[in-house]
Design a protein around this ligand. Sequence first.
Ligand code: GAR
Length: 213
Amino acid sequence: MDIVVLISGSGTNLQAIIEAIEAGHIQGRIAAVISNRPQAKGLTRARNHGIETLILDHTGYGTREAFDADLLQAIEQYQPGLVVLAGFMRILTDHFVDHFTGRMLNIHPSLLPKYKGLNTHQRVLDAGESQHGCSVHFVSSELDSGAVIGQSKVNIARNDTAQSLSQKVQQQEHTLYPACVALFCDHQIHLTPDGVQYQGSILPDNGLDLTED
Ligand code: GAR
């Protein structure tokens, strides 16, 4: 399956997916990596593995609609079966999301539906939670609200800070995201109107528990 990955920054999740493909764990190939930021470190990661890159700088656009229209076209030139948002920090228009419904995934640093939005690690600490984690979900028009495919959990220690929690969560992300992409590329998961279908049943709201020990 051809995959297009969208990034805005460091691209550590992109790196994890590239390595999983090279190790033969994902039946797919990355056709292109697209960044809305020219300086994104993930672009170098992609180039180091011979993957085509494209920069679509959102600051050159007057409206969100105009940017998303060009982004949609840029993606569709590769006719991907899957679009992977990997730290792509842009809110997307409904038109864009509708176009890719059922074939666009995102990773979010919280146990959805808890802690949608930004600064999740600090908010989790402020709330005195004992657990935190990350979720991979199908993208829907409501922010961080699409059907969840899988989650990985981390326990919060007394001395955790937002930074230490972020590192623990990212470590889990790097196995969770490749695992979910592999399931999609193997046609084992599908988005249905009732939720995510897996092995003939609809997954619970928190998806599969893919926590790595
Ligand atoms: C990841 O931790 C991901 O969960 C988060 O951005 C980071 C990107 O890291 N995504 C969001 O917060 C989306 N709302 P990376 O560029 O190193 O993969």
